[in-house]
Design a protein around this ligand. Structure first.
Ligand code: NAD
Length: 379
């Protein structure tokens, strides 16, 4: 059985879905692995590295996909690549299914069985394949590093013969996987850190990392249950806005990580709040790809506002730490495949009754099978 590793073609994508380490293990399962030439370039992996691990290097996607029954990718393949994938093949990628409503029916029509790794349920058994967590963790780290680079003062308090430099004040919005890593990273660099979230469980997590919790505690936030936050009401948003105005004005860096699965990111930092910040302050918006938590974020770029606040709104934060992100992403995919690998047949088996399969399988046998994407669910 042949597995193809595609070169990523989307803007800002530097990651790759298999590494020499995982290629060796895939070959160990009995697979032949074809890697598209240059696939690892953004993550500092050469064709020779893949060849040494036992992969076959091919020069275009059509050759990689010819006869491939399994396809690994980071992002969903483009139209041209999808046309090259053979009917009945299993595609494992981050489909970003909610952002691209046309994609799922098109994959079904092409007869591709689609596994969308971002749809994994947040259950213990799925943790080692959880691409959202592995990538968010690195994004949260990178956000602080880039924020610190853009901030023209130090993070720790420094007492020198020439005087004292005060510590930076960092405020993290959203204390999920990325936010918690951002808190830990900013603390390690010596900043004074506070954070907010709408999930009550986040309060203790923020404190356990040495951050101060700032938030609206009302019935609505107390009712937040489960691994993902729900969209908040207008009344909650108003209370949150009042608190944010005073909090943000006191901070030097704001790291935005608040997301609501399948929705546009909530806008929490308004233009007026940015105006209230000191010149030289920095906002790092890793929610930019989902629209951003800051009203002034320009997704995909960095800007400086008239009052001197720098807003970093890059797309694809995990892609800015491509080596580590590829290593973890590739291991997540390998774990998924080995979990569902049937040693006797030498092929993957995805049972419909399995909770992980129910979560990730979007299309199968030419039809959309995921309840959230059935044609009847279309708006
Ligand atoms: N296997 C597992 O059990 C598992 C795996 C991964 C994550 N988790 C948990 O799931 C939770 C969410 O993780 P995530 O990082 O994927 O979340 P996420 O990326 O969906 O969102 C990031 C954070 O933003 C917060 N947020 C959303 N709207 C907000 C608003 N209006 N104001 C302030 N904050 C807001 C969310 O509550 C979340 O904590 C975390 O507690 C995490 O530990 C569990």
């Amino acid at each position: 059985m042949r597995l193809a590793v595609l070169k990523e073609r989307r803007a800002f994508e530097t990651r790759v879905s298999a590494t020499p380490e995982t290629v060796k293990k895939l070959i160990g399962l009995g697979l032949t692995v074809a890697v598209e030439s240059g696939a690892g370039q953004g993550a500092s992996i050469s064709d020779a590295d893949y060849e040494a691990a036992g992969a076959e290097i091919v020069h275009d996607s059509a050759t990689a996909l010819h006869d491939a029954q399994i396809v690994f990718a980071v992002q969903a393949p483009d139209l041209q690549e999808r046309a090259q994938i053979m009917r009945g093949a299993m595609l494992v990628c981050t489909a970003n299914a909610f952002a691209d409503p046309e994609l799922i029916p098109s994959l079904a029509q092409s007869g591709i069985d689609t596994v969308a790794m971002e749809m994994l349920p947040r259950i213990t058994r799925a943790q080692s394949m959880d691409v959202l967590s592995s990538q968010a963790n690195l994004a949260g780290y990178r956000a602080v590093i880039e924020g610190a680079g853009a901030f023209e003062r130090g993070f720790p308090m420094m007492m020198t013969a020439a005087g004292t430099i005060p510590p930076a004040r960092v405020f993290v919005i959203g204390a999920g996987v990325a936010g918690l890593q951002a808190i830990a990273t900013a603390r390690r660099l010596g900043a004074i850190v506070s954070a907010t979230d709408v999930r009550p469980a986040a309060k203790e997590e923020i404190r356990s990392l040495g951050g101060t919790y700032v938030g609206v505690d009302d019935e609505e936030s107390a009712a937040q249950k489960g691994a993902y936050a729900k969209e908040m009401s207008d009344a909650f948003r108003q209370k949150q806005a009042d608190l944010m105005t005073t909090t943000i004005a006191k901070n030097d860096l704001v790291i935005c990580t608040a997301l609501v699965m399948g929705r546009k990111a909530p806008v929490i930092v308004t233009a007026a709040m940015v105006e209230g910040m000191k010149a030289g302050s920095v906002i790092v918006d890793i929610a930019a790809e989902a629209g951003g938590n800051c009203a002034l974020t320009e997704p995909g770029s960095s800007i400086v506002t008239p009052n001197g606040v720098r807003i970093l709104g890059w797309s694809n934060w995990p892609g800015r730490i491509a080596v580590a992100a590829s290593n973890l992403y590739a291991r997540n995919l390998l774990t998924f495949l080995t979990t569902f690998w049937n040693k006797e047949t030498g092929a993957p088996v995805l049972p419909e009754s399995d909770d992980i399969v129910k979560g990730v399988l979007l299309t199968r046998g030419g039809a959309v099978v995921h309840p959230q994407f059935l044609p009847s669910q279309a708006a």
